[in-house]
Design a binder for this molecule. Structure first.
Ligand code: GLN
Length: 540
């Protein structure tokens, strides 16, 4: 069977959940036993999404092979449950950059370099590159149809349709059917216009996925079909779901994937969604609730911590508990009294990753509060580094141990740059990115959470635990609980005499899945539930 290609475009408005639609389709096809690859084309010009401001773009998602990508890839991985690669995330900037580099290297031998065919060829090649060994490639085009920056992607997929057989490709357009309060009706005109715009660029969608606040009646589907040149049964409604993970089930009810299979000539298969349904059922019917403080510096934009938030909710699903997040700006935690006021009612504290010096003193306070009060603590990357510094300063007697920007002039650089990194610092090429191995110590808390001692987790950081202080910190009660065997780097730390205090140099949130909650997040929620039990027993 030849590989099938599905292209997902968007119209009328952004933020319609195109990524979730793409991810849901991936899940529904995988549930039918089809092998799926999924990728996103982003129209912006940045070459490296890793350097983008989290306030504008939300979190940077890191793949196993070390690519820093758009957060939509996180949705794809959580829904489809496959590890994606750098080829799954492509920006216009990257496409232009590689064409221009080739031009500089004489690769076009003086020929005129043009958007068509050179840029579009480069894009088409990126579609084919993810197609090996899979049945269906799903490609989402970011932005909305008509955006200037997205045009070369639209043009490339227009061309692509003639390079494969008609039954091997399908265009799905995701649009909005707005509801007008004053006249109390749903409106189809914006969708009609958006489809016309797509048609004007040579693309006829085979299917429309319509976001709508209310069910779309049959006569309206007929009207859309008539004006948009799409059969009525290929108009899929996508109503607001109470939770993201319900979207695939809702779309399954609309027979979305069956219709996609029919259009692509894929044999109809019954989906196995049992584990997904069970997960949604657990999510919707929690028996308990815990509150976890998330202490960071970008908390105004919750998307900056998207994978952490999702992983916390997966941890809750594991224990049938609803996890409420208390957002705490680390800037608001400088004084110890502030920490007590903001963290007094929570059953767990999580300090996630971050960059730069601002807010780090507040993270130290959060770690101190958790350490002193026995509140469960999970420190991720920067959150582990801050916990180590806090401990060095206040318990191991290393006053002046560094924090802000990891000042190397401190008397106690407990967190430092490795020697082989120092020279590279200016070039930005120093980060440890992607999956690295870690061996967990027998008898450690973290070791008891994972089913195996050798794990692979994803990294995105420059600084490391300084092994020079290992013994001194160990004597004071902070121990290494996991190490990278090749370079003997400390990847996880724990505290003696604390019920649940874990710092990890890696980012576990990127590998958590709703139906396979990550052991550290499931562990944190378990610890928070136990903490709540202890509190209620002691009558607090
Ligand atoms: N800024 C720290 C470092 O570079 C932590 C990075 C992170 O938390 N992702 O090591």
């Amino acid at each position: 069977m030849s590989t099938k290609y599905v292209f997902i475009t968007g119209g009328v408005a952004s933020s319609l959940g195109k990524g979730i639609t793409a991810a849901s389709l991936g899940r529904l096809l995988k549930a039918r036993g089809y092998r799926v690859a999924i990728q996103k084309f982003d129209p912006y010009l940045n070459v490296d999404p890793g350097t983008m401001n989290p306030y504008q773009h939300g979190e940077v998602f890191v793949t196993e092979d070390g690519a820093e990508t758009d957060l939509d890839l996180g949705h794809y991985e959580r829904f489809v449950d496959e590890n994606l690669t750098r080829f799954s995330s492509v920006t216009s900037g990257q496409v232009y950059f590689s064409v221009l580099k080739r031009e500089r290297a004489g690769g076009y031998q003086g020929g005129t370099v043009q958007i068509i065919p050179h840029i579009t060829d480069e894009i088409k090649q990126k579609i084919r590159r993810v197609a090996q060994g899979v049945d269906v490639v799903i490609t989402e085009i970011g932005g909305t149809v008509g955006d200037i920056e997205g045009q070369s992607f639209i043009e490339a997929i227009r061309q692509f349709q003639w390079e494969v057989a008609p039954e091997d490709r399908l265009f799905i357009h995701v649009t909005l059917i707005p509801y007008l309060k004053s006249s109390q009706e749903l409106k189809t005109k914006p969708t009609q216009h958006s489809v016309k715009e797509l048609q004007g660029m040579g693309i006829q969608p085979g299917m429309l996925v319509c976001r709508s606040d209310y069910p779309i009646p049959q006569d309206m589907r007929n009207k859309l079909a008539l004006f948009c040149n799409v059969p009525p049964h290929c108009i899929i409604q996508n109503l607001d779901a109470p939770s993201l993970y319900q979207v695939p089930l809702m779309l399954e009810k609309e027979r979305f994937a069956d219709k996609v299979c029919a259009l692509l000539g894929l044999p109809e298969r019954r989906p196995d969604l049992a584990d997904w349904e069970e997960m949604v059922e657990r999510f919707q019917n929690p028996q308990r609730q815990v509150t976890i403080a998330l202490v960071g510096k970008y908390i105004q934009l919750h998307d900056a911590y998207l994978s952490v938030v999702e992983a916390l909710s997966h941890g809750g699903i594991a224990h049938r508990a609803r996890v409420r997040i208390q957002w705490v700006a680390s800037d608001d935690l400088v004084e110890p009294e502030q920490a007590a006021a903001r963290l007094g009612d929570v059953q767990g504290i999580l300090v996630p990753g971050g960059f730069g010096g601002r807010g780090t003193e507040g993270m130290l306070e959060a770690a101190r509060y958790a350490r002193e009060r026995g509140v469960p603590y999970l420190g991720i990357c920067l959150g582990m580094q801050m916990a180590v510094i806090e401990f060095a300063r206040h318990v191991a007697g290393m006053e002046g141990a560094n924090s802000t920007e990891f000042d190397p002039n401190t008397p106690y650089p407990v967190i430092h740059l490795m020697e082989d990194q120092e020279g590279l610092q200016q070039t930005g090429g120093t980060m440890r990115l992607g999956g690295y191995g870690c061996r967990l110590e027998a008898g450690s808390l973290i070791g008891s959470l994972y089913p195996q001692a050798d794990i692979v987790e994803r990294h995105r950081h420059r600084y490391e635990f300084n092994n020079r202080y290992l013994d001194r910190l160990r004597e004071a009660g902070l121990r290494a609980a996991g190490r990278n065997p090749e370079r003997n780097l400390v990847e996880a730390v724990e505290l003696d005499g604390h019920p649940w205090f874990v710092g990890v140099q890696f980012h576990p949130e990127f590998k958590s899945r709703p139906n396979r909650p990550h052991p550290l997040f499931a562990g944190l929620v378990r610890a928070a539930l136990d903490y709540a039990d202890r509190q209620s027993r002691s009558g607090q």
